[in-house]
Ligand binder design. Structure first.
Ligand code: CO8
Length: 259
């Protein structure tokens, strides 16, 4: 896949998608978001990886939506731009495979929102997070008012969105915005290690677990428990369940076929 603003490569069964517009700190403009949309659609269609990493080139993960491109937008144009970003972030969230954000630097505005659409966030010690939209006279528009409170709780989300303050990686970890903080040089290695570990298992329980968590979080608890029962039961229709349990009983390593 060839893009002007993205680099895509594979390491075994893990895909690495890097946002590549470092001159503008990887700010999300129309072209970049359209490319991201195509990349996510192709990766989903190809179905040849078992986990995806998203990271950024240079000193920034993503420093937000492109401010110079938004400056003169009418309300209708701004809404269309928000729809483009929201749709592609939702596609990322709905991918069957786990998506890990490897956050190398600034994750501001739309960058923080992109990270929030991923399943797991691993931050370099140099990463910085924030929703600075208020300083520009706007609200978050790529899902931040919805995913941030669902991730860090309403009070912290309101504080971050109302003040526009930037927080460091350690603070982001303390409030539950990121899973782990690692040394800058080790970010890709550590993120890949986690992605490869997940990819070493059958893709079936991983995708069912992701679906159960993501869909269940939007349901009442009893409906969510029904969903878990159904997906748990469905695992027993797979060869990999038989293989995983037979391997345990026979004290050998399982050989999963993702079937
Ligand atoms: N948009 C466009 N260009 C940007 C952006 C951005 N978000 N961020 C950085 N750049 C550009 C700078 O203009 C600069 O370009 P140039 O070299 O041509 O002058 C280059 O990147 C390097 O940036 P700086 O010189 O500013 O680098 P510093 O290290 O001094 O500062 C900061 C880094 C603190 C990250 C600073 O660049 C900054 O504050 N950037 C803006 C952060 C921000 O406010 N992000 C939120 C944007 S709004 C948003 O994301 C809303 C999403 C929802 C949209 C809904 C659709 C309508």
């Amino acid at each position: 896949m060839e893009f002007n603003n993205l680099i895509y490569q594979k390491q075994g069964e893990v895909g690495i998608l890097s946002i590549n517009r470092p001159k503008a700190l990887n700010a999300l403009n129309q072209e970049l978001l359209s490319e991201l949309n195509i990349a996510i659609e192709k990766i989903t269609e190809n179905a040849d990886i078992k986990a995806l990493l998203i990271t950024g080139e240079g000193k920034s993960f993503v420093a937000g939506a492109d401010i110079s491109q938004m400056l003169d937008k009418s309300p209708e144009e701004a809404r269309n731009f928000a729809v483009l970003g929201m749709d592609v972030f939702r596609k990322i969230e709905l991918m069957e495979i786990p998506v890990i954000a490897a956050i190398n630097g600034f994750a501001l505005g739309g960058g923080c929102e992109l990270a929030l659409a991923c399943d797991i966030r691993i931050a370099s010690e140099k990463a910085k997070f924030g929703q600075p939209e208020v300083t520009l006279g706007i609200t978050p528009g790529f899902g931040g008012t919805q995913r941030l409170p669902r991730t860090v709780g309403e009070a912290k989300a309101k504080e971050l969105i109302f003040t526009g303050d930037m927080i460091d990686a350690e603070t982001a970890q303390n409030i539950g915005l990121v899973n782990n903080v690692v040394e800058a040089d080790a970010l890709l290695e550590e993120s890949l290690k986690m992605a490869k570990k997940i990819a070493s298992y059958s893709s079936i329980p991983v995708k069912y677990s992701k679906a159960a968590i993501n869909r269940g979080m939007q349901m009442d608890i009893d409906s969510a428990m029904e969903l878990e029962k159904d997906l748990f039961a469905l695992c027993f229709a797979s060869e990999d369940q038989k293989e995983g349990m037979a391997a345990f009983v026979n004290k050998r390593k399982p050989e999963f076929k993702n079937k």
